[in-house]
Design a protein around this ligand. Structure first.
Ligand SMILES: Nc1ncnc2c1ncn2[C@@H]1O[C@H](COP(=O)(O)OP(=O)(O)OP(=O)(O)O)[C@@H](O)[C@H]1O
Length: 317
């Protein structure tokens, strides 16, 4: 955004393409800039290329073409030193289940050639509420704790740029809030955070900016608040007791159309932040006040895929 002045980029991706050995192209010329100190959410449906993109920056995926600059230097030419400053929290825990939390996290630090630092590890484990579990074997931990061990491992070498690949996939609501708080804490400590998600709510809650990725292409990058306004996603069908010939003027302020020969009032809108449901509630109150009777309401939130289709069709017009 030009009016924001110059922001320091911590990661610059240009023309990144990845074609897998089987011939499938998972990334098509991706350009992306991440600013120092922000939380950036890469939002996209299954198979959009999120993990591939992260993998390219973390050295798990070899790009077919394009360039990646991290901390102002070319990743390809300064691989070892740059990788040591990047942390990755993968989707799955790939570690020895019989090791203790402490050993696993210390080991991760050593992998990047850093000297042991008991104080630092203690700080990380305490921040993630794992200190009491430090001598437990990983296999004895709950699912949520295992996830936090993944984060502790990624933080053990004190990265300045941290990737979290779907940090809360399959995690219950309470734990998800807890993870969000932990991630926000990391940002407050100065770490730049890039997370992938297919939960709009997660992007909204966590991110300063959101990038939408679909079918290997970045479709849009925006400030979270701006993005949320564009993600209208509540759809409601209100079955009327008596068909209407026209939409009454008192409904003008609602995004409604008539369907099924006037027997159904259809609403599609919302701000992507729960505003749609509130608006439908307001709409039904208005109907009641106007003496327009209805027999049923079918309300639903569109899936991410549907929202993207709407968003992109809107853009093309
Ligand atoms: N090693 C591989 N070989 C061939 N195709 C692959 C490989 N890894 C991923 N793909 C394909 O590339 C596409 C993007 O996959 P990727 O895992 O990057 O998506 P994603 O956005 O992370 O999805 P999810 O949200 O399901 O994790 C998918 O169609 C996937 O099948």
């Amino acid at each position: 955004m030009p009016h924001q002045g110059k922001m320091e980029s911590i990661l610059e991706i240009r023309g990144l393409t990845k074609t897998y050995a089987g011939g499938f192209t998972a990334l098509h010329g991706v350009d992306l800039d991440i600013r120092k100190g922000e939380i950036f959410a890469l939002l996209g449906p299954n198979g959009a290329g999120k993990t591939t993109l992260i993998g390219a920056v973390c050295g798990l995926v070899r790009p077919s073409s394009g360039t990646i600059r991290v901390f102002g230097e070319d990743l390809g030419s300064h691989w070892r030193s740059l990788r040591a400053r990047i942390g990755l929290v993968p989707q799955e825990l790939a570690t020895d289940m019989f090791e203790t939390v402490m050993h696993t996290v210390n080991y991760s630090r050593g992998l990047f050639g850093l000297a042991p630092d008991a104080g630092k590890i203690e700080e990380i484990l305490k921040a993630l509420s794992l200190w009491d579990k430090r001598n437990e074997q990983i296999r004895a931990l709950s699912g949520g704790m295992k996830r936090r061990v993944l984060i502790a491992k990624a933080l053990a070498h004190e990265p300045q740029l941290l990737f979290l690949d779907e940090p809360t996939a399959g995690v219950d609501v309470e734990l998800r809030r807890d993870m969000w708080q932990q991630i926000a804490k990391l940002r407050d400590l100065g770490t730049t955070v890039i997370l992938t998600t297919h939960y709009i709510e997660e992007a909204e809650e966590m991110a300063d900016r959101v990038g939408i990725i679909q079918a290997g292409r970045i479709r849009m990058v925006e400030q979270t608040s701006v993005m949320m306004k564009q993600l209208g996603r509540t759809e409601a069908h209100i079955r009327l007791a008596q068909p209407l010939a026209d939409i009454p003027t008192m409904l003008d302020r609602f995004a409604v159309t008539l369907g099924d020969g006037g027997a159904e009032l259809c609403y599609r809108g919302g701000d992507g932040a729960g505003g749609g449901k509130a608006e439908v509630a307001e709409l039904t109150k208005t109907l009641v006040a106007a003496g327009i009777d209805y027999t049923s309401i079918d309300i639903r939130e569109s899936s991410l895929e549907e929202i993207f289709v709407n968003l992109l069709e809107g853009e093309a017009q």
